[in-house]
Design a protein around this ligand. Structure first.
Ligand code: AMP
Ligand code: MG
Length: 322
């Protein structure tokens, strides 16, 4: 059963309590309805992907109640401070380097060293974020492949029964997603057009790089939204393990290997998704220290989040360019 909570004080408090307990709760912003979970809780974030049936573990935007809270977790340079002063709270997302002490789960940012952060301006969303007092990861609150919802009714049409609650704050005012601007490199790059126009951004920041070409052109790792991949080569669907391999295990582990990280002893795909990026990082570090020549990944069934996990592992195992 999915509860529809009114956007009054009691409803906001209840939504905040659910979020702090690790539940998935949809809430309205000025752009579209977001599907929120505690961004510091990897299992809660994995449950977002499960509810949406997203076939990919892509990075999610992290929402904050204030710029100060956001900039405690990512590094803001002069450009980021200027953009935040001009457009926050509002429909602008900034991609910035994570700070070492950043409490956001690696899954939220799909293992990348950068994090997408935003302070929305919808008063109910702000009240919720302030009540939760934790960063909230939130993609749009629709099933994968369907259009973004701009009312609580739309959310229920797609996700009733799959999430704990929806906080009904009425129809969304902007109706399109936030603009995503990457400020992690020397030139600002528009990754996704949205609620703030490129003209408004250029008036604030000067020249901005071209909008990301979607699909066609392959991007080399390290450029823009490349995916996270460990330094060690990755071998998939291992059914036996050599002594010089670091093992990413799923279910009863294979014998052998120089070190091992268990994604889920019980074979639970949500737990495994929650631990995936931590596991790859750990094996990369431990493996390098122990002289491993690669990471061997046990096979993971495609059920539940298995499909999304395998998509990410296939990218990590693909031949490297650049
Ligand atoms: P959605 O989940 O539909 O709200 O989309 C989030 C958008 O933010 C997508 O376009 C992502 O590619 C982008 N995004 C989130 N985090 C990052 C990041 N660390 N680097 C680059 N793009 C990001
Ligand atoms: Mg979406």
């Amino acid at each position: 059963m999915t509860q529809i909570l009114p956007a009054d004080k009691a409803g906001v408090t209840q939504a905040a309590t659910l979020l702090r307990a690790g539940a998935v709760v949809a809430f309205g912003t000025e752009t579209v309805y977001g599907l929120g979970a505690d961004a510091t809780n990897a299992e809660a974030v994995a449950a977002i992907f499960h509810a949406k049936q997203r076939p990919r573990l892509n990075p999610l935007i992290c929402h904050y109640g204030s710029a100060r809270q956001a900039f405690e977790q990512v590094v803001a340079d002069a450009r980021a401070l200027r953009a935040a002063a001009a457009f926050w709270p509002g429909p602008l997302t900034l991609v910035l380097p994570r700070r070492p002490q950043c409490s956001v789960a690696l899954l939220t940012g799909a293992g990348l060293d950068t994090l997408a952060v935003r302070v929305p301006r919808h008063p109910v969303a702000l009240a919720l974020l302030q009540a939760v007092d934790r960063p909230i990861a939130a993609p749009s609150a629709n099933r994968s492949g369907q259009v973004s919802p701009t009312s609580a009714r739309h959310v229920m049409d797609g996700l009733a029964g799959r999430i704990a609650a929806v906080l009904d704050s009425g129809p969304c005012e902007v109706g399109i997603e936030s603009t995503v601007l990457d400020l992690s490199g020397t030139t600002p790059v528009l990754l996704r057009p949205g609620g703030i126009t490129p003209e408004a951004l250029e008036a604030c920041l000067g020249p901005i790089g071209p909008a990301a070409v979607s699909g066609a052109a392959p991007r080399s790792p390290g450029l823009m939204l490349s995916h996270y991949a460990p330094r060690l080569p990755v071998r998939l669907n291992a059914d036996a393990v050599a002594d010089d391999e670091a093992v990413l295990a799923f279910g009863p582990p294979l014998p052998g290997g120089c070190c091992r990280f268990q994604l889920s002893a019980s074979g639970d795909s949500i737990e495994a998704a929650a631990r995936l990026f931590e596991g790859l990082r750990r094996l990369d570090a431990d493996g390098a220290r122990l002289g491993a020549s690669r990471i061997a990944v046990m096979s993971i069934p495609e059920a539940g989040l298995g499909l999304a996990i395998n998509d990410r592992l296939q990218r990590a195992a693909a031949p490297r360019t650049g």
